[in-house]
Ligand binder design. Structure first.
Ligand code: ADP
Ligand code: ZN
Ligand code: ZN
Length: 741
């Protein structure tokens, strides 16, 4: 027997696997994922390695192969566990082992990443201005200059402070001592709120207590598993996570908290800091590779107990992982769009079961996947149906935009919405207007009757393609572009487009005295732009916030009592089987923004299809009704989570080559599949058929069981490897894809 071993994983050089002989005394004992000692290099230096595979054939010169010396006896190292997880990911999602290893292991970059330093103002604007006057009076010029700059921009790069503003470290330090600013390094979020660590615990509601008790009773009996907390917005999920984490830490374990990057705001992070102080660390995309590596090392050395971050924080190398929390579990960003295309939920479960940890999933709108598993007994379902302060959920009005048009209102703002907006401006309460643009892939609809043009075979909407065609991205069906609505004959058919900028203008015209903020890709491009707009709105520096779906996450605005959803249909007819689910989630989250404080909230949902179940159930805030409808549709169509779907993405610069490749792959798949256990669809042209002169196609495989698809993936991978014809193509696997290609 031979072992495939990688060595020296601390560096980027993961690209080589070495084969070693397994000596007879280790046979049967050596397993994939174990840390071993092997001789390496000319002097046969003894180094650490990890077993990533085993085989009974030798790929090299048998006489030159060295034996594994020993298995590391000092308990299984954390890297070994992560290597095992990588092996699982490779099997589950395809791609190479190296790609998986690079995803899970903290990799030390060659160059010494230098620590970025920042200066952050911690005084309020008012206090700051007072202090500034004081410095100016005293003629303390350097201090005044620095403070004035910080009043303009709360966070400044240290480089800029010293070089451009010409301010010495001593000055920075003296302002730091006076609690005017903090000098931050390494961590993005230090704890600037000194002495605000919360003392004592809150009084949990009965529902919250129940959830914590169920989890804890299992946990102390060593019963580990996955729990789905289905809790309405404001039910106190975050408080519950914090309590669970506190308990597992008391048992000497560590916790990972996954939060979608967009919801990883200062406000959220501070709640964890207030509870765990310096024992928390944050990961986000703004950290450099070096900083990220350092955070990982702090976790490995248990200098922290809690790591908060987006998807990639799942691989934090805690040696005694006790709990993984996935907040907003339904979020699309938990699925990786790079190879391996893993889903954080499934991968968290795999890691937890390998390491004896539990998983907590939390959402106000659980994904169909999670709820399906909960209903089938795979997860333990825990519900919190009331807001923690027993505030009522918002009252929702659904407005039919077709009726508005008929009655002569051509504005994007319905009369009801305008009326309520005027009322709130009068009362000095805040308003959020939300334009749902995700999934907008150029779906074709009629402005007059709301009809959406769909594929006759797939129940997804058709999209325009250049060359005057409308195509289905699922099955390749196409028909010529139409000029008249097939339902009502109107000439107003086309792609639906409306931007946040336009809406901002309309609102300003209608309410010239209102202070309006806009949040979208344009206004948040600058660093911290996102955070700045949200905190300005939280400080009530504006009456109305107009934005895309990014405004519905993260922040709690107690003074918002009206939410308007301007065109709820936008995500409904994107050409995707998840469109209904996404619409329901976005609407529910948007409606959940209204009335989080003491005052009752209201929401207006404007739509062309008020009869669609996704909109009806969101307006009624009835998740269960939505779930029932949606799961039936998925079952009927054989879509996940009822069945499983594998997208095989094939791309090549040579179009005819690509076509041939697809044909071969499909024929091979048909040959090796077991009778009717699998449906093979396509090849179809994905949404974008060509990128940078590279042509793309997709074949969909549908099966009841996930492992049927894994077997097929393995067959195809072998087939691709032995046929040189595929070398000129790039082939990727995507299991249960989030997007349709
Ligand atoms: P969710 O994560 O479910 O939206 P949060 O945990 O953010 O809910 O709770 C909403 C608000 O209610 C927060 O400000 C939180 O501190 C507060 N809260 C939650 N539970 C309680 C409680 N039992 N007592 C007092 N305040 C609570
Ligand atoms: Zn029409
Ligand atoms: Zn179709």
């Amino acid at each position: 027997m031979y072992a495939d071993i990688i060595v020296d994983i601390t560096h980027e050089k993961l690209d080589k696997i070495f084969q070693y002989k397994i000596p007879s005394h280790l046979e049967g004992e050596l397993l994939v994922g174990m840390e071993v000692l092997v001789p390496f290099g000319k002097g046969n230096r003894q180094i650490k390695g990890y077993v990533v595979g085993m085989s009974d054939y030798c790929g090299y010169d048998e006489t030159k192969i060295k034996p594994v010396q020993d298995i590391s006896r000092n308990s299984i190292a954390i890297e070994g566990k992560l290597v095992a997880l990588a092996a699982w990911m490779k099997e589950q999602y395809g791609g190479t082992l190296i790609q998986s290893l690079k995803t899970v292991l903290p990799i030390k970059q060659k160059e010494n990443a230098k620590l970025k330093k920042r200066v952050r103002l911690i005084l309020s604007k008012e206090e700051g201005k007072k202090k500034l006057e004081f410095y100016l009076d005293k003629n303390q010029r350097a201090r005044a200059r620095l403070l004035a700059a910080l009043l303009d921009e709360t966070v400044l790069e240290y480089e800029l402070v010293t070089k451009k503003l010409n301010i010495s470290l001593a000055t920075v330090r003296s302002l730091e001592e006076q609690n005017i600013l903090v000098l931050e390094t390494e961590q993005v979020y230090r704890n600037p709120v000194k002495g605000e660590k919360r003392i004592g615990s809150i009084n949990f509601t009965e529902e919250q207590k129940h959830v914590i008790d169920v989890f804890w009773k299992d946990y102390i009996q060593e019963k580990k598993g996955t729990y789905l907390i289905y809790g309405v917005t404001g039910s106190g999920k975050t408080e519950v996570y914090i309590e669970m984490i506190r308990r597992i830490i008391s048992m000497g374990k560590q916790a990972i908290v996954l939060i979608p990057e967009i919801a990883l705001t200062y406000q959220t992070v501070m709640r964890f800091y207030q509870n765990f102080g310096d024992r928390v660390s944050i990961m986000n995309s703004r950290l450099s590779a070096g900083e990220r590596y350092d955070q990982m090392m702090r976790a490995k050395e248990v200098k922290i107990d809690v790591m908060i971050g987006p998807r990639s924080a799942l691989f934090t190398p805690f040696p005694k992982l006790g709990l993984i929390v996935i907040d907003e579990e339904h979020e699309m960003s938990y699925k990786s769009e790079q190879i391996p295309r893993y889903h954080a939920r499934e991968t968290a479960e795999a890691r937890a079961s390998m390491e004896g940890a539990s998983v907590i999933l939390g959402s106000a709108t659980p994904s169909l996947e999670a709820m399906y598993r909960a209903r089938n007994g795979k997860y333990c379902l825990l519900e919190m149906r009331n807001r923690s302060q027993m505030q009522d959920m918002a009252k929702v009005y659904t407005i039919d935009l077709r009726e508005e048009l008929k009655e002569g209102n051509r504005s994007i703002l319905s009369r009801k919405l305008q009326e309520l907006m005027a009322d709130r401006l009068e009362k000095k309460e805040q308003i959020m207007l939300f334009l749902n643009r995700r999934g907008y892939a150029g779906f074709i609809s009629c402005r007059e009757c709301g009809h959406v043009v769909k594929c006759p075979h797939c129940d997804v909407s058709l999209s325009y393609h250049r060359g005057g065609k409308m195509v289905c991205h699922y099955c390749g069906y196409e028909e010529p572009k139409m000029n008249l609505c097939p339902k009502c004959g109107s000439r107003h058919v086309g792609e639906f487009r409306a931007g946040t900028q336009q809406i901002e203008e309309i609102v300003k015209n209608l309410f010239p005295l209102a202070r309006v903020l806009r949040m979208d890709m344009d206004t948040t491009r600058k660093k911290d732009g996102h955070e700045k707009i949200l905190s300005a709105f939280a400080n009530e520096e504006a009456d109305i916030l107009v934005g895309t779906q990014m405004i519905v996450k993260g922040h709690d605005f107690p003074n918002v009592t009206l939410v308007g959803v301007l065109a709820a249909d936008m995500s409904l007819y994107s050409d995707d089987y998840r469109a209904g689910e996404r619409t329901f989630q976005l609407l529910t989250q948007a409606v959940g923004r209204a009335g989080r404080g003491r005052k009752q909230g209201e929401a207006v949902i404007q739509t062309y299809s008020p009869e669609h179940y996704g909109i009806l159930t969101a307006a009624a805030q009835d998740y269960d009704a939505f779930y029932e409808e949606e799961i039936q549709y998925r079952g009927l169509m054989g879509y996940p989570p009822v069945e499983n779907l594998l997208a095989v993405l094939i791309s090549s610069e040579d179009e005819s080559h690509l076509e041939k490749g697809c044909r071969y792959l499909k024929e091979y798949a048909i040959r090796v599949r077991k009778s009717d256990s699998m449906e093979i669809i396509g090849p179809a042209v994905p949404g974008v058929g060509k990128i940078n002169d590279v042509f793309r196609k997709v074949i969909y495989l549908k099966a009841e069981r996930y492992d049927t698809l894994i077997k097929m993936k393995n067959y195809l991978e072998q087939y691709i490897e032995v046929n040189t014809g595929f070398r000129k193509m790039r082939i990727q696997f995507d299991f249960n894809p989030m997007n349709i290609f």
